[in-house]
Design a protein around this ligand. Structure first.
Ligand code: 5AD
Ligand code: SF4
Length: 470
């Protein structure tokens, strides 16, 4: 530890900038849940350095963009946001206030030096695996250097990021993400993740259990385990035995006070028997599974390097449903992968009809530079991708509505999460991840109550208390 950081650690709440108060950081998060989790961990790392989070960019001394590179125009969006930030930085400088700008996340990893070249206002570029070195990068930036830090050994990140303390967790609510695995070795031909997040690394059991217990101590009732390929997680049990994600879930389900567990995102190839058993046995494990298939044609699945057929996916779904009949299924889909014909697209619709999804995310294929898909000749025209997407989304929306409608009249457990739109209302989560509005007091946030679903809205359901208040 440098002398500098020792000082900062000892007196984080004291004056760090000539005579003014603590520094403030504004973090803008783009993209997936992993980025949401990373933003909270960066915020924790920065808190040790005297930075307080702010929701108001105007008062920020540091603006961090935690970026996503998964689909089209991501990088362009970042550059235009950086253009606006440059103006703000100039304006603040004219008032004698310094504002630093940092770019984190997958665009930082993918673009690297290019960001420093194209966006002269940026002080720090930091990749997703080097967040623990962010305070150090900022110190160097304050000395007048422009810093880029995207070189990684991913294990370092898991070892060095602080685990949040209970009071900070309490301020964040009753549900939380917990990253257990990062990176991907699957190399689907459309996807940048293996390049931006690196190869698969699992976090050790002890670290995960420790963090989960801290979260529960801090008032968290529901934990969602995160990984780009979460069901490829593997570790070692107490007797040195190999553990898969199913074993980890059995272990976490023993934590007193932890009411609910979820995990995302899974790959069909890594749904092993133990994980399916966990769905059968653990009431703590919520009946919801996000299991992307991307397409329904075997030829396209092969071209995507998904390494399974449509029939294999369908029989997997059957096994999962046998183990947990009330499970809600969710998926990701891509329309217009290079070479996809009309008939092949129809296969996607057919697969969707067979599965009946409760929820889904679907996208037009977008060319990601550096991926094998980008090299393919027969790219599908934009208008065809868009037409197919529209048809697919109409079908998926209908299925979501059917799933929600079927919930009306059911009595369910609701985890009360946050204030609702109307005074006197709270929003809770159903076991199937639906948002549900119900009359309840703010003091009940964190409780799990029995409710009866009374109706459905566009993005949420309505419910009434199923038992008298005690
Ligand atoms: N084009 C369109 N969608 C993509 N996804 C990933 N890469 C691309 C791409 N190049 C989608 C996949 C994945 C989800 C996270 O984003 O459906 O499951
Ligand atoms: Fe990307 Fe495929 Fe890995 Fe998912 S499994 S992160 S789609 S390469």
């Amino acid at each position: 530890m440098t002398q500098d950081s020792a000082l900062l650690l000892q007196a984080p709440e004291t004056d760090l900038r000539d005579g003014s108060n603590n520094r403030k950081v504004f973090i803008k998060t783009y993209g997936c849940q992993m980025n949401v989790y990373d933003s909270t961990r960066m915020s924790d790392a920065l808190a040790r350095d005297g930075y307080e989070p702010t929701e108001d960019m105007e008062e920020a001394d540091l603006v961090l963009l935690n970026t996503c590179h998964i689909r089209e125009k991501a990088a362009e969006k970042v550059y235009s946001a950086l253009g606006r930030l440059r103006e703000m930085k100039k304006r603040k400088a004219a008032d004698g206030r310094e504002m630093m700008i940092g770019v984190a996340g997958c665009v930082a990893q993918a673009e690297g030096e290019e960001i420093l070249r194209r966006a002269p206002a940026v002080d720090v570029v930091i990749g997703p695996q080097t967040y623990h070195r962010l305070p150090e990068a900022l110190r160097r930036a304050r000395e007048g250097h422009r810093v880029i830090d995207t070189e990684y050994a991913i294990e370092d990140k898991f070892e060095h990021l602080p685990i949040a303390e209970a009071p900070k967790i309490r301020a964040r609510g009753v549900t939380s993400f917990l990253t257990v695995q990062e990176g991907c070795d699957k190399f689907c031909t459309f996807c940048v993740v293996p390049y931006t997040r690196g190869s698969e690394v699992s976090r050790p059991v002890s670290q995960i259990v420790e963090e989960a217990m801290k979260l529960v101590d801090g008032g968290v009732r529901e934990i969602t385990l995160l990984g780009q390929n979460v069901n490829a997680w593997h570790g070692m049990g107490p007797k040195g035995e190999e553990w898969s994600l199913g074993d980890l879930l059995y272990r976490l389900a023993e934590i007193p006070g932890l009411a609910r567990l979820r995990y995302t995102t899974s790959h069909p190839r890594d749904m092993d028997d133990r994980l399916i058993e966990a769905h059968r046995d653990l009431r703590t494990l919520m009946p919801y599974l996000h299991l992307p298939v991307q397409a329904g044609s075997d030829r396209i699945l092969k071209a995507m390097n998904r390494r399974h057929t449509a029939a294999e996916y369908l029989s997997l779904i059957e096994r999962i449903r046998k183990a947990r009949p009330d499970i809600a299924l969710s998926g990701d889909f891509i329309t217009g992968f290079p070479g996809e014909t009309d008939r092949e697209f129809e296969d996607t619709l057919k697969l969707v009809e067979e599965v009946r999804y409760a929820q889904a995310f679907s996208f037009k294929y977008s060319t990601r530079p550096g991926t094998p898909g980008a090299e393919l000749k027969d790219q599908v025209p934009e208008n065809i991708k868009a037409e197919r997407l529209e048809r697919l989304q109409a079908l998926l929306l209908k299925q979501t509505q059917e799933f929600n409608d079927a919930c009306v009249g059911k009595e369910i457990d609701l985890l009360l999460e946050k204030p609702g739109r109307m005074p006197g209302q709270l929003i809770g989560r159903s076991p199937w991840l639906q948002s549900v509005n119900v009359d309840a007091k703010a003091s009940q946030i964190g409780d799990i109550i029995k409710v009866r679903i009374t109706g459905t809205g566009t993005n949420s359901l309505f419910a009434e208390r199923a038992e008298a208040e005690v």
